[in-house]
Design a protein around this ligand. Structure first.
Ligand SMILES: Cc1cc2nc3c(=O)[nH]c(=O)nc-3n(C[C@H](O)[C@H](O)[C@H](O)COP(=O)(O)OP(=O)(O)OC[C@H]3O[C@@H](n4cnc5c(N)ncnc54)[C@H](O)[C@@H]3O)c2cc1C
Length: 306
């Protein structure tokens, strides 16, 4: 199938279908080339329909959350990109169990839990992705991660069937899960929380938030931590010790405020960001013998001729 055929195939699959949609509009880094076809379904049947049509034609499918852990290359993503719409944000609390649809913001789900006196998700109040992205990435902070509180996820598999998968089946690791390798789309997640004092939780969350505000460059487009912390050390410490704060290529620069953040100064391309990543990696390896591994997921294709 050529690109035009692919576009036609999905033209009626969801209320919002866009072609050559710039993915920089859908990533927190404000970087990213176009998706051939970008659909925003608002019903499970629409996701299923899109996924099964794609599978039948061998067209790749990529599910995007808030793009807060993604570096989409300048050539963009071939095939279909699915972004769960606002209709995938319902949330229910029953006893000590919170279930949220995958398009719900993780910050909002965590804050609602706190208001209901439910503890366990406070760590996620500073993680700006969706519930689906947080489960996929096993997002974590302050010594806790999704796997500590997730009970079960509902996923759409590649055959178009919905499966309820226990957390134990998700092979969680450091910022990873089996979701991507299985080609699943997370539809919802159920968390087991426990009773807590809302005032105490608010207090803790406020202190963390204050620390983030002062130590992270949150007013500029970024993707959070670019590199994983190597065992027993911090990527930020190593990059800073290598003298790389403010190091800039094109419109991408290592943040003055936090050396494990690369900020988009305005019109950064993926090549700018990747070049800074590569330079930091090589310099830290040369100076300290440590191999930094990116935490941000690099997806998509290089620009033709780039
Ligand atoms: C300022 C800032 C601070 C951050 N702080 C933290 C932090 O403290 N801890 C931390 O762990 N991360 C942090 N992050 C990174 C990021 O927010 C998390 O990794 C987040 O969980 C990604 O969610 P997302 O919805 O944006 O996913 P995306 O970035 O859009 O996607 C990430 C991966 O998840 C997949 N995915 C997304 N939704 C679905 C779905 N419904 N079904 C199947 N696959 C899906 C994508 O295909 C991709 O592989 C931070 C980012 C920023 C910008």
């Amino acid at each position: 199938m050529n690109r035009e055929d692919i576009k036609r195939l999905f033209s009626d699959v969801a209320p919002i279908v866009r072609y050559d949609e710039p993915l920089r509009h859908h990533t927190t880094w404000r970087i990213g080339g176009p998706a051939d076809v970008f659909v925003v379904p608002n019903h499970l049947d629409q996701i299923r329909d899109a996924v099964t049509r794609a599978k039948a034609e061998g067209i790749p499918v990529f599910v995007i959350g808030r793009g807060s852990n993604l570096l989409v290359k300048d050539g963009g993503i071939r095939g279909l990109v699915i972004k769960l719409g606002d209709d995938f944000s319902a949330l229910d609390i029953t006893g000590e169990t919170l279930t949220a649809l995958a398009g719900r913001g993780m910050v909002s789900a965590a804050n609602i839990a706190i208001r209901h006196g439910l503890s366990g998700l406070e760590f996620a109040t500073g993680i700006p992705g969706t519930v689906g992205g947080a489960v996929t990435m096993n997002a974590g902070a302050h010594g806790s991660e999704i796997k500590d509180v997730l009970y079960r996820a509902s996923v759409l598999d590649q055959a178009g069937d919905v499966q309820d998968v226990d957390a134990a089946q998700l092979s969680f690791g450091y910022r990873r899960s089996a979701i991507v390798e299985n080609g699943w789309t997370v539809l919802s997640a159920t968390f087991h929380l426990h009773e807590g004092d809302p005032a105490q939780m608010q207090e803790r969350v406020k202190a963390w938030s204050k620390r983030r505000q002062t130590t992270q460059p949150l007013s500029m487009p970024n993707c959070g931590s670019v590199f994983r912390n190597p065992p027993g050390d911090h990527a930020a410490r190593l990059i800073e010790a290598a003298g790389l704060k403010n190091f800039q290529i094109g419109q991408a620069a290592i943040s003055q405020r936090h050396a494990n953040f690369i900020v988009n100064l305005g019109q950064a391309s993926a090549i700018d960001a990747l070049s800074v990543i590569m330079h930091a990696k090589v310099t830290v390896r040369e100076q300290f013998g440590v191999d930094l591994v990116p935490e941000v997921k690099v997806v998509g294709e290089d620009e033709a001729g780039g």
